[in-house]
Design a protein around this ligand. Structure first.
Ligand code: NAD
Ligand code: TYD
Length: 337
């Protein structure tokens, strides 16, 4: 039995990964460690709480003794680190927690992996560590790191630490750098579910600047299958870019959402831009396609259709996450923008 420690498994991508593993890989036991910040939500794991191959533990990746105890108690073979503060706008408003969780937290996990001689440490990183592209070209694994936001700077710092642990102590590591994920259970601070939620409620859609910023959209399930392939098939030391080959401007994505929901374009409101906003991200995913035979399973049009349908049929989930503190966050970010 493979025994893995997944961190951040109550967040968007982590919970999708846990669901996929428990559904598709019966020979794997998952310990799911999550601090349950505003972004962590046990409802994302509904139906899997009592799965025999799943143990959820509420805790912080900065808590070294807790990590050691979990590794020993559950005889963990590998760590997959999804836990992070993940939203760029929040990192601009309050950067410090990004250093604590994304840098100190990753360091704490690396020390535990090294001291307990784990077979593998997988760091879930981001294409944002490469910085911003002009109109041409794509990020490859050789692109130098040049992060621009406090979020991406903290993720790049973590990537450097992961490499340093491999170089200095021979820790068997992989880094994955994916593009923008979308799909079920994404918290509506990120662009796509925020726009879906606003459109459903006939609220304005706050488009930063000219709306011509480009992201390379990756369906979350396809990201999860890629991470599984890295865990089970990659050579230690390798870094893999993961992308959906779906470059779209924000306005193109919003147009698809409005059409699918049969809402008018007049809901779009251009608002003050994000400071230091990265213009374009695009991933060259050739390495993982060639070496690990990974391929995305859906086109963007199929994926966004499934995603919108999921939000429509999970109205309870959505109304629960936008109750309470979400409204305060929304007002602080968008009022008078
Ligand atoms: P998310 O914000 O939805 O979830 C993060 C999870 O980590 C939450 O459940 C939260 O409770 C948990 N967490 C935060 N601090 C913690 C701590 N100190 N200890 C334990 N748990 C903690 O994020 P996501 O979108 O699922 O992203 C997951 C990973 O993927 C992150 O590392 C992120 O940098 C990376 N990533 C995300 C995207 C994207 O499009 N969402 C793109 C590229 C990379
Ligand atoms: P986001 O989902 O925050 O991801 P990231 O910035 O990490 O790529 O934003 C995606 C794009 O959408 C980005 O160009 C910023 C833009 N955006 C808006 O125009 N309005 C919004 O309210 C948000 C949250 C994002």
């Amino acid at each position: 039995m493979r025994k893995i420690l997944v961190t951040g498994g109550a967040g968007f991508i982590g919970s999708n990964f846990v669901r996929m593993v428990l559904t598709e890989h019966e020979n794997c036991f998952v310990v799911n460690l999550d601090k349950l910040t505003y972004a962590g939500n046990l409802e994302n794991l509904a139906g899997f709480e009592n799965h025999p191959n799943h143990k959820f533990i509420k805790g912080d990746i900065c808590d070294g003794p807790l990590i050691d105890k979990i590794i020993e108690q559950y005889e963990i073979n590998a760590i997959i680190n999804f836990a992070a503060e993940s939203h760029v706008d929040r990192s601009i408003a309050e950067p410090k927690i990004f250093i604590e969780t994304n840098v100190t937290g990753t360091l704490t996990l690396l020390e535990a992996a090294r001291d307990n001689k784990l077979e593998r440490f997988i760091q879930i990183s981001t294409d944002e560590v490469y910085g911003s592209l002009g109109p041409d070209g794509k990020f490859t694994e050789q692109t130098p790191l040049s992060p621009n936001s406090p979020y991406s700077a903290s993720k790049a710092a973590a990537d450097h630490l992961v490499k340093a642990f491999a170089h200095t102590w021979g820790l068997k590591v992989n880094i994955t750098r994916c593009s923008n994920n979308y799909g079920q259970y994404q918290f509506p601070e990120k662009m796509l579910p925020l726009m879906i939620n606003n459109a459903l409620n006939d609220k304005e859609l706050p488009v930063y600047g000219d709306g011509l910023y480009v992201r390379d959209w990756l369906y979350v399930y396809d990201h999860c299958t890629a991470v599984w392939k890295v865990l089970t098939e990659a050579q230690p030391g390798e870094t893999y870019n993961i992308g959906g080959c779906n470059e779209k401007t924000n306005l193109e994505v919003i147009d698809l959402i409005l059409k699918r929901l049969d809402k008018p374009n007049s809901l779009i409101k251009h608002v003050t831009d994000r400071p230091g906003h990265d213009r374009r991200y695009a991933i060259d995913a050739g390495k993982i396609i060639r070496e690990l035979n990974w391929n995305p399973s859906v086109t963007f049009e199929e994926g966004i259709g499934k995603t919108i349908d999921w939000y429509l049929s999970n109205n309870d989930w959505l109304s629960n996450v936008v109750s309470g503190d979400y409204q305060k966050y929304y007002d602080s970010m968008y009022e008078n923008r």
